[in-house]
Ligand binder design. Structure first.
Ligand SMILES: C[S@@+](CC[C@H](N)C(=O)[O-])C[C@H]1O[C@@H](n2cnc3c(N)ncnc32)[C@H](O)[C@@H]1O
Length: 216
């Protein structure tokens, strides 16, 4: 049985729940961000899509990234701004609007933690194409997509992907990390739901340096 889910105007309880949990940035997020440390980026740029209260945006800012934090809810961006230290403010930009309305900057990293499943189904393909296009060569996308047995699958506001569908969703990116998790999880202060989720890191290949021929 599908439960009633948060609508675009009903995220307050979720923000309270995340605030109360004092959760650290996600492991998947660190997995992707730490990969950049190996190549040593200069003036790195990230987009946090559906940033919520901004836990990952704040960590990126703390690590010296420039961050565009996007959320349809001004309330979410208010939490983010309230928790931001003055030293990083000039590296932060926010956009209050829908994923399909974002003017993506050319960037190194796009993080979408549990947010794209809530993108309008008729806009999702466009948004995924823009994500892939915005990434610089060597850039990464990391985030979550609901899988078919998720409790909210079938709700008209929710996108789900089979593994095969998700494999074709980013034709220009290569999977660097991919797991499918399933189990019961706390969704809000009061709701535990069945969770079935792809967590992925995708990388945009860098062209081979001049003089190095790729082997067909
Ligand atoms: C489940 S919360 C995740 C928040 C945060 N990334 C986290 O992991 O705590 C999803 C967030 O995406 C935002 N969101 C959902 N659909 C959106 C859309 N179509 N455009 C922009 N933001 C959206 C919501 O307002 C909410 O803050």
């Amino acid at each position: 049985m599908n439960k009633q889910i948060k609508t675009h105007s009903g995220w307050s309880e979720y923000y309270e729940c995340v605030t109360a949990s004092c959760r650290p940035p996600r492991e998947l997020f660190f997995r992707a961000v730490n990969q950049f440390k190996k190549s040593g980026l200069v003036d790195p740029v990230a987009v946090d899509l559906g940033c919520g209260i901004g836990i990952e945006s704040l960590e990126l800012l703390r690590q010296g990234w420039r961050v565009l934090s996007v959320d349809s809810q001004q309330e979410a961006l208010d939490y983010l701004n309230k928790n931001m230290s003055d030293e990083v403010k000039d590296h932060s930009q926010t956009f209050c609007g829908l994923f399909e309305e974002v003017d993506f900057p050319s960037c190194d990293f796009i993080w979408a933690g549990n947010s794209l499943p809530f993108c309008s189904a008729d806009q999702l393909h466009t948004v995924l194409t823009r994500i892939a296009r915005a990434l610089k060569p060597g850039g990464r996308f990391a985030g979550d997509f609901f899988a078919p047995r998720h409790a909210w699958a079938g709700n008209k506001n929710i996108n789900t992907f089979s593994t095969n569908e998700l494999k074709t969703a980013f034709p220009t990116l290569e999977a660097e990390y991919w797991t499918v998790g399933e189990g019961e999880a706390q969704a809000t202060l009061y709701d535990v739901v069945h969770w079935h989720v792809h967590t992925i890191v995708m990388r945009k290949p860098s062209p081979a340096p001049y003089g190095i021929e790729s082997k067909a």
